[in-house]
Design a binder for this molecule. Structure first.
Ligand code: UDP
Length: 381
């Protein structure tokens, strides 16, 4: 086989970004993808009800990063979309993140101002100067009653661990609002790509210098692919080393079992995502995709998410034990010449989408700044 400039394993955010950057810089790029489609977990398609659905769960783009925002705008038009989530708790429906309305509904209060909310929280929260784990993080913010109702069991269902067994950062992803703001995120840019993510990835990879090989497990053809300039690996880091001796134990990942129902009714629920934080059901949330972009169809499709141990790895499990194991793998990874580990699974980090774009762009910039004329153009776009 002839020499490949850039070999990329995985056609998700990290892989597609690096492929696009290197191809634009004149390099020949080969992308190897195990699945039968590009776009990684962002993959979306139209279903039998004509609704654009994401195969691997809803992907809500949000960022404060100008460079990332400009970058993604090169490959798609985007429409503003402020994501909102509601939760069914004690037969009531409340906003999440917790805000004034959440407290009023659950505790029959009449709070109106930020000061009143602050006072309520001060009376209920258990302060921790530095939360050591997810439980302390939530108790510190909202106290034990909301912890029990909205966070403890959702987290157990999601991670098969209670919050005290997870890094504080996992639960700190969800803020507390002292006002009526019911948006899930507060970033400056919150939007969805017109036409969907798959179409956007097609555009990213549509370059004469890029070849994409689908349905191909890199580890099956690895020996035929030893002549490359640089290799970027975006799969699970422990999988990369599984054929070597004396490696650390395997890392833990969580996967999701998506159970779809096509319904002969216009709507199933009043919002795109409804969380079920209680123990009464096994799923964590129900997503009704037609709400995204207010899609029209006489029917609807809903997806219940059950988080499970086995299956495609989606989430690294952030706790101390896994971080320790990951560091061992990282030592091995750092010793490899011209091989780079990029993205959520290869870095074992709970990246948001914009962080995944950012990391890939930064890596490219670090490796190629001097060589690539296009970089300057990109950063001033
Ligand atoms: N979480 C919770 N209750 C909720 C929503 C989230 O306890 O109703 C916790 C849970 O541990 C979850 C974490 O907050 O894993 C982060 O939530 P996020 O919505 O960011 O998770 P993702 O959308 O990435 O699955």
């Amino acid at each position: 086989m002839k020499k490949i400039d850039i070999l990329i394993i995985g056609a998700g955010i990290s892989g597609a970004t690096l492929a696009e950057r290197y191809a634009s810089a004149g390099k020949k790029v080969l992308v190897i993808e195990k699945r039968d489609h590009i776009a990684g977990n962002c993959y979306d398609e139209y279903d039998e009800n004509g609704i654009l659905v994401s195969k691997y769960g809803a992907h809500l783009f949000h960022t404060n990063d100008e460079e990332v925002w400009k970058y993604v705008n090169r490959f798609s038009e985007w429409y503003p979309w402020e994501h909102r989530v509601i939760a069914r708790v004690d037969d009531k429906t409340v906003p999440i993140p917790v805000n004034i309305r959440t407290v009023n509904i659950l505790f029959d209060q009449n709070l109106e101002t930020e000061e009143e909310m602050q006072t309520w929280l001060a009376e209920n929260r258990i302060p921790f100067e530095r939360a050591k784990n997810g439980e302390e993080a939530v108790l510190n913010r909202v106290g034990p009653v909301l912890y029990e109702k909205m966070f403890k069991h959702y987290t157990k269902k999601q991670w098969d661990k209670f919050p005290e067994e997870l890094h504080a950062s996992v639960l700190e992803r969800i803020p507390v609002r002292y006002n009526h703001d019911d948006r899930y995120f507060s970033d400056r840019y919150q939007a969805l790509p017109k036409g969907g993510y798959t179409q956007m990835f097609e555009k990213m990879l549509d370059h004469p210098n890029i070849t994409v090989l689908l349905n191909t497990d890199y580890f099956d053809i690895k020996d035929q692919l030893e002549d490359f300039g640089k290799l970027f690996y975006t799969g699970p880091v422990d999988r990369f080393f599984e054929f070597k001796d004396r490696m650390p134990e395997k890392l833990e990942y969580r996967s999701i079992n998506f159970v779809t129902e096509h319904l002969d009714q216009e709507y199933f629920q009043e919002n795109s995502v409804v969380n079920y934080p209680g123990q009464d059901v096994d799923f964590t949330r129900i997503v009704e995709y037609k709400h995204f972009g207010n899609q029209k169809s006489p029917k609807t499709s809903i997806v219940k998410e059950y988080t499970v141990d086995e299956g495609e790895p989606y989430y690294p499990v952030p706790n101390e034990k896994n971080q320790r194991i990951y560091k061992e793998y990282k030592k091995h990874a750092d010793q490899l010449k011209d091989i780079y580990f990029v993205g959520r699974l290869a870095n074992y980090k709970y990246f948001n989408m914009d962080q995944a774009f950012k990391n890939a762009l930064d890596l490219f910039a670090t490796l190629e700044t001097e060589k690539c004329e296009d970089h300057e153009k990109l950063t001033v776009l």
